[in-house]
Write a protein that binds this ligand. Structure first.
Ligand code: ATP
Length: 339
């Protein structure tokens, strides 16, 4: 299938959405570059699906503008937007075969039958579905159904793919495999992807950039490495990274009223270290060990690669973190200080 070159940057300008007085998304400005894989990441209820649905045209903004390429599309119907949406629930027609499901967007556009059959078969084959095209969705696994939904989006050949938690119904192994397939798909299709998830592993592994959201606002937009290495706020620091960044009691590691955060892999046991932790849990995970305890009233996790000189539950241990690995945040605003 030949994919025409076109510019499909998505620009959101001062975008706000209210539902019956509840603000779901507030004054969002975001430029998504042509052919970017942008992940909208945040906890349940932060407004990421609402933002995606406004791009796809499934929700009308209360205020602000949605631009796709050179067009302001606020008043453009979803089917005229050159956008395909893939949902968590797959949204397949149960009585149609896989072939008919995949062909459907082309049928609606009155594409001649041989042409749409060929396009559907090609999309099905590219996702490893060729042998299932005669089956109904009920006779497929969850992973296969999600691939049918993807194939149906691919045949539309949209400028922008909008995906709302497409992997969350899949088991862990299949999620990992499908993540890799989506990355390959993005590279092959040369389209812009906007992908909603609450899973930071998906965001870190797939996104060319991540937009982290909280309570209807954008907290930070950056590459996965930027967001991990220089989180813009305490919220981002604790949302991206597993286990989350430790937030230490003020003044415990270094003087000052600011908040200091340290990732679990950057805390080290050192006999004369300034931090004292009471060990509560030691978890050996094979490739690493997580040691959990408390410093003051804060729960703290230390990640260690080796099993040498591990403390035991009940031990009191001293910890330190090299200066360069410390993250500093304003105690009031919780925004990064040395950004
Ligand atoms: P989730 O991951 O749980 O889907 P989300 O980050 O995608 O969450 P949204 O679905 O965008 O969040 O919802 C943001 C806020 O807007 C929530 O408080 C939600 O209750 C509210 N909301 C969303 N859709 C509607 C609606 N149709 N009517 C009223 N309130 C809504």
């Amino acid at each position: 299938m030949a994919y025409p070159s076109r510019v499909a940057q998505v620009r959101l300008k001062n975008l706000t959405k209210q539902f019956d007085g509840v603000t779901a998304v507030e004054d969002i400005n975001l430029d998504i570059a042509d052919r970017e894989f942008m992940v909208l990441l945040g906890p349940s209820g932060c407004g990421k699906s609402t933002l995606l649905r406004m791009i796809a045209g499934l929700e009308d903004p209360t205020e602000g503008e949605v631009w796709i390429g050179d067009l302001m599309v606020n008043d453009t119907l979803p089917k005229q937007r050159d956008v395909a949406m893939v949902f968590q629930s797959y949204a397949l027609y149960p009585h149609k075969t896989v072939q008919e499901n995949i062909e459907f967007p082309l049928k609606v556009r009155n594409v001649p039958k041989p042409e749409r059959a060929a396009a559907a078969l090609e999309a099905a084959s590219s996702l490893g579905l060729a042998e299932y095209v005669g089956r109904k969705p009920g006779a497929l696994s969850g992973g296969q159904r999600q691939r049918v939904a993807l194939a149906r989006a691919i045949v539309r050949n949209p400028a922008v793919f909008c995906m709302d938690e497409p992997l969350s119904n899949l088991d862990a192994k299949l999620r990992g495999e499908t993540r890799a397939e989506l990355i390959a798909l993005h590279q092959r299709l040369n389209s812009t992807f906007v992908y909603v998830t609450h899973d930071q592993v998906e965001a870190m592994t797939m996104g060319t950039r991540i937009a982290v959201m909280s309570r209807g606002h954008l907290e930070q937009v950056g590459t996965p490495q930027d967001v991990y290495d220089k989180p813009a706020s305490v919220f981002v620091a604790q949302f991206v990274g597993m286990p989350p960044m430790n937030i230490l009691p003020p003044g415990s590691l270094e003087p000052g009223p600011h908040v200091v955060g340290v990732r679990p892999e950057h805390l080290h046991f050192r006999g004369d270290g300034p931090l004292t932790m009471m060990v509560q849990l030691v978890e050996k995970l094979g490739h690493e060990t997580l040691i959990t305890g408390v410093i003051g009233d804060k729960r703290v996790v230390v990640r260690q690669d080796s099993e040498e000189s591990l403390p035991a539950v009940g031990d009191r241990v001293q910890l330190d973190a090299p200066e360069a690995t410390r993250h500093r945040f304003d105690a009031i605003t919780e925004r990064r200080i040395d950004a």
